[in-house]
Design a protein. Sequence first.
Length: 551
Amino acid sequence: MASVSAAAPSPAWDPVPDAPEDPRSTHERLLAVLLGERALRLGTTASDRLWGWLGPALVAVVAAVLRFWHLGRPGTLVFDETYYVKQGYTLLVAGFDAEWPEDPNALFEAGDQDIWLDKADYVVHPPIGKWMIALGLRIGGSQNPWAWRLATAVVGVVAVFLVARVARRLFSSTLAGVVAGGLFAVDGVGIVHARTGLLDSFVMFWAVVAFALIVADRFDSRRRLAARAAALLDANQPLGRYGPWLGVRWYRLAAALALGLCIGTKWSGMYFLAAYCVLVVLWDASARRAVGVTGWPIGTLLRDAIPAALTMVPIAVATYLASWAGWFRSPSSYMRHWAQDNPGQGVQWLPESWRSLLEYHSRMWDFHNGLTSPHPYQAHPLGWIVQWRPTSFYYEDQVRGEAIPSGGTCGWDECTQAITSLGNPLVWWLGALAVAATVVLLVRRKDWRATAVLVGLVAGWVPWLGYAHRTIFTFYSIAFAPFVYLALTYVFVVAWEWSEGRPSRRVTVRRTAVWVAVAIGVVSLYFYPIWTAMPVPTWFWRSHMWLPGWV
């Protein structure tokens, strides 16, 4: 192997004095430092490559069964479906968010759906999620209740698969990927949202897509850095003060596109954009430092941070603005002609249509910050992580002999059908402990995996603490739920690593993991009826109300 030039900095991976020379090439040694030995071994055998896809696919199949089984139950609009399904329908048939007459739901549910009014409705969320619902309506037919939820069910299953795949790469373990995907597959937060036509599943989905892409970018960029740094060192050339240029970061650009779609569903996606941009720069800085770049802080700024800001943010913004194409195209859209009707108001240098859109956004902002109407299921965000006050999406009850909305008659003294957006208690209570443990492990071990897990919680949960004054709900936790599952998986992985070479510890970790997994599965089966509006005796429903805030 060529020696390192005297002009080059001493790399962090140089062998210690008197140690036997590493027989690997410079490139291989750099890869080991930048990616880790376990990551390099992942997928090196045919069996591991097979299970790397088959394992996530199997948990996705479990997720599909739990999400698609009786997807059309109940056959009525559930909770905020009354807004988003009908808005998706008018986008599909009219091209704009049309207003509806008073109390239209019974007619809509019965199939008399073309009763919308020829005037625009004031909606307070961007259009991407509603267009995705509209796609489901197009495929399944708007008169089928399961079609109202088709889009959320599909992305709910795909998200499980993606979480399993990204966890496999994150933790360099196919088993860890299956664990993370399995937790997602059986948890009530994911199941309820996948079976309900709300927007928050799409926020979660695009955030997960973007996260998978930035994790892929981490591995791809480090492979590029290893190759380019090795080429310089093998040629006895210095790495340069700032290190090599890594070229176009395609995964990063794709992540920016996904984040634009996330923001185009709900504005809360902006926090994921901000958090992910910080994360990728931190990863770039650590990579340059690890290979021995002396000017890594400035190098990261010039070679990575500024290019990231100049590409990711504009792409996300352009994607968001493109999501409003239907609003521009339809002359009937809400406030479409505001600038024309108010010629002396707004930002005068903008074209009329853009001035109208800006004013519309100003009013949306005022709505979101001023929403303080009391609601029986509003919940402080501090309690979300333990599901302190879950949201009731649907509740119906009957007495013996009365008709059940989903079919048949009540055969018990009292019957109940409920959809409660409540996570599996074991998953979320253990998840809360795992999140705390992940913070401790990050501080003590400076583990990049802990940073990756926590970034989704910082983006999807922490910002809501600043909005505790307004009306908000626990069901928003679907946006960061995948990172709770990743935190639980991370703690399992760390425990497994801790037990390596210690047979008694390994047995303890294995037994604990198996018993926890069995308990989680049993609890999910127990709660599944009240996640899916299955008719049950009312006493059975009451037996699930473990805390006063769950009623």
